[in-house]
Design a protein. Structure first.
Length: 194
C-alpha cells in the first residue's frame, strides 16, 4: 500500500456520548499526528470531531477542517486548525474531504456520519475511488449497521466484497493496522474520476 499522508475522519458532533467513544476519538487524532498523517474532517470544535482534532493538534499534527457556511454561522467551527475551509454546501464539503484524503475512518456518529459513510462506501463500490475505508466499531457501535449490510447482501439487494470495500476494527490500534493492510486498489479496473 502507498503511504498515507492524510486520512479523513467521519464522526459525530455530539458530546452526550459514552466516554469510550470520546477516548477512541482522542486516540485516533493522537495516533494520526504521531504517525505524521494529516487529519481531514468536518471542521467542528464539538463532540468527537473536536476531541479528535484537539488530540491531533496537541500531538503536533496537521488538521484540515472543511465546514459549510450554514454550520459555521452557528459558531461551532474549530478556530485552531492548520487549515479551515468554509464552503458553500454540504456537497462541496464532502467532495473536498474526499479529494484531500488518502483513506477514510468512520468513528461512531449520527445521521450525518451515516450519510458520509454510505456515500464513501457507495463511491468505492462504483469505482469512483479506490481509497481504504475502515469502520471503527468501537464498543460494538456499528454492529447493527454491519448486520444490516449483511442482511442486504443475503436478501440480494447488494453484492459486496466486504474485504475489498472496507475493513472493520474494534479498537483504534486495529484501525491503523487495517489501514496498513488495505490493498492499493480494491478493484481490478482503473477507478473512474469523480
Amino acid at each position: 500500500m502507498k503511504s498515507l499522508s492524510s486520512v479523513c475522519v467521519y464522526c459525530g458532533a455530539s458530546s452526550r456520548v459514552a466516554d469510550v467513544h470520546k477516548e477512541a476519538a482522542h486516540a485516533l487524532g493522537d495516533g494520526l499526528a504521531r504517525r505524521g498523517i494529516r487529519m481531514v474532517y468536518g471542521g467542528g470544535r464539538v463532540g468527537l470531531m473536536g476531541i479528535a482534532a484537539d488530540a491531533a493538534i496537541a500531538a503536533g499534527g496537521e488538521v484540515v477542517g472543511i465546514i459549510p457556511e450554514h454550520i459555521q454561522s452557528a459558531e461551532i467551527e474549530h478556530t485552531g486548525l492548520t487549515e479551515l475551509h468554509v464552503v458553500d454546501s454540504m456537497h462541496t464539503r464532502k467532495r473536498m474531504m474526499v479529494e484531500r484524503s488518502d483513506a477514510f475512518v468512520i468513528l461512531p456518529g449520527g445521521l450525518g456520519t451515516l450519510d458520509e459513510a454510505f456515500e464513501i462506501l457507495t463511491w468505492k463500490q462504483l469505482q469512483l475511488h479506490d481509497k481504504p475505508i475502515v469502520i471503527a466499531d468501537v464498543d460494538g457501535y456499528w454492529r447493527p449497521l454491519l448486520g444490516l449490510i449483511d442482511h442486504m447482501v443475503a436478501q440480494g439487494f447488494a453484492r459486496i466484497d466486504r474485504s475489498a470495500l472496507y475493513r472493520v476494527a474494534d479498537q483504534i490500534d486495529g484501525v491503523f493496522q487495517a489501514l496498513g493492510a488495505m490493498p492499493d486498489a480494491a478493484h481490478p479496473d482503473q477507478p473512474r474520476k469523480m
